[in-house]
Design a protein around this ligand. Sequence first.
Ligand code: LYS
Length: 271
Amino acid sequence: MKKKTWRATLFSLAIGLLMLVSACGSTEKVNSGETDSKEKEKLRVVTDAAYAPMESMDGDKIVGFDVDIVDAVLKEAGYDYELVHVGWDPLFVELKSKRADIGISSITIDEDRKQTYDFSLPYFESINKILVPEDSNIQSGADLKGKTVAVQNGTTGQTVAEGILGKNNKDIKKFENNVLAIMELLKGGADAVVADNAVVEEYVKNNPNKKLKVVTDSSFPSEFYGMMLPKGSKIKEDLDKAIKKIVENGTYADTYKKVFGSEPNLQELEK
Ligand code: LYS
């Protein structure tokens, strides 16, 4: 009697397990839409939403240029996705461990990152600029020598500052996000912030009462943003095709105009 019950229990356990396994498989796949019946997984897209106008929080919604671009690209490519604000350092960790599928966060394509990650085609041109108080005498990158500079940790802004002040210089203050770096400048804990042009220019425009200005040093290198992917990602080709498509069909230019109020320089991207 006892033996029989055991067998029955084992049997139903096995059946249950089988059902669970097949259910798991199917919940991870989503149908990608009418025109394309290929089954594609729902992608996890991660960002650091503290970099307006590229990505920032509006209440509990993530908004910005990157948000609109990744939405247009993934719609074009037929992928369902969720966009999650995880923060800058965690974004790298998630992509490295392949927990996330795409990072979009004003991420500059550079040789160092290319060792560990793959990138989509470039979708935005950028350059680091210097944010200082209106009455500052800093007029170029070289003038940052001997000053205290706030940057977001692990950004190309940090690399640029290190190029001038030297690596491991204590006068470079590193913050988890760029909002905190700007706060340090505002409270007098730093003489300057080095960050991407779109972001510092937006800040000055939106906060005239803070009395800050942007200093351009055209010897800083030109950079391009890409969507960052785990190494060996199989979706790169789909993303690249979709990026080309939204540039061709005008969606890219429309989004650009909506956010920046001017026409994008598409030739720079196509190089
Ligand atoms: N574009 C720069 C970089 O990739 C800054 C990105 C900061 C994003 N929160 O390092």
